[in-house]
Design a protein around this ligand. Structure first.
Ligand code: ATP
Ligand code: MG
Length: 294
């Protein structure tokens, strides 16, 4: 019932908007209800390897037979299409909604890049970015998935907040860091951020940890070794493993070929197997316990 003296047109417009919002939320819940596990990949700052971890974890899980989706929630700097050799791909639309782009190993991929012409920067403020991410969750025909991996931009801005708001059932976050970050408060901020948003922490991955010489194969620790493990212990979170600096990672990235698919015997892939095993174990545990932290 409208309040006395309230403009009836305004009241009707509000009612319509509220119905529309309820319908959108219901659609989002139905779409997301078909996805068993949702994992976000975050970091305190840029360039530490979030997207590299996301696509390689996705590939490794897909290789075990899981159905995997990747949501590239980095609106200003989407890099998942490039890392998977999907640059220039465009989404297809149909009556049920927008279909993700098919990637290697049957993975389903969504990125803002698939909606825009190449080379067009997204100059969007918060509400537009939040709207895009909400639509990625509510209007994309993900279908039944075992895991949806969400690659987030660095820091604690609109994108992770939107994800936390619309996905309260998140299974957990993986925090990616590199040795030079470890002594600073940046990683701890990322961990505190996830905790405040009630997102369980799966663990920390230390990337670019030591350099493997491509000629002799010997690993040289450029920064003090084992900082990630020590920091994880201090913070009371799991240490998932470390990935060395491996030139093959960069080459694979430029060619759109994740090392977990194309360089299975590389130093990076061998090290990354530990991370994959721990994530699989975490998901199994969540299933057995009926997702207690959600
Ligand atoms: N272990 C590694 N060895 C060698 N190169 C790596 C390694 N990990 C990542 N890189 C390279 O470092 C660069 C940054 O990696 P990536 O794009 O995954 O970081 P990011 O955290 O997602 O960055 P952004 O914050 O911009 O989203 C890329 O060129 C990638 O190929
Ligand atoms: Mg990235």
């Amino acid at each position: 019932m409208s309040a006395p003296n309230q403009n009836p047109d305004l009241a009707e417009a509000r009612r319509q908007r509220s119905l529309q919002q309820q319908e959108q939320i219901a659609r989002l819940r139905i779409r997301m209800g078909k996805i068993k596990h949702k994992i976000a990949v975050i970091s305190g700052k840029g360039g530490v390897g979030k997207s590299t971890v996301t696509v390689n974890l996705a590939a490794a899980l897909a290789k075990t037979g899981m159905s995997v989706g990747i949501l590239d929630a980095d609106i200003h700097g989407p890099s998942v299409p490039r890392l998977l050799g999907l640059t220039g791909a465009q989404v297809k639309m149909g009556p049920p909604g927008v279909f993700p782009v098919p990637g290697p190993l049957g993975m389903k991929i969504i990125s803002i890049d698939f909606f825009l012409a190449e080379e067009v920067p997204t100059i969007w403020r918060g509400p537009l970015k939040m709207g895009a991410i909400r639509q990625f969750l509510q209007d994309i025909v993900w279908g039944d998935l075992d895991v949806l991996l969400i690659d987030l931009p660095p820091g604690t801005g609109d994108e992770p907040l939107t994800i936390a708001q619309f996905l309260p059932e998140m299974d957990g976050v993986i925090v990616v860091t590199m040795p030079s970050e470890l002594s600073s408060t940046i990683v701890k901020k990322a961990i505190t951020f996830a905790v405040r948003l009630n997102m369980p922490i799966i663990g920390v991955v230390e990337n670019m940890s030591g350099f493997i010489c491509p000629h002799c194969g010997i690993k040289t620790d450029i920064f003090p070794a084992d900082g990630g493990r020590k920091m994880a212990k201090q913070e009371g979170v799991e240490f998932l493993g470390s990935i060395p600096i491996d030139p093959k990672v960069g080459v694979g990235a430029d060619q759109g070929k994740p090392f977990m698919i194309e360089q299975e015997n590389s130093a990076a892939a061998n090290a990354f197997n530990e991370v994959v095993e721990k994530v699989e174990a975490y998901l199994k545990q969540r299933e057995q316990r009926g997702k207690p932290d959600a």
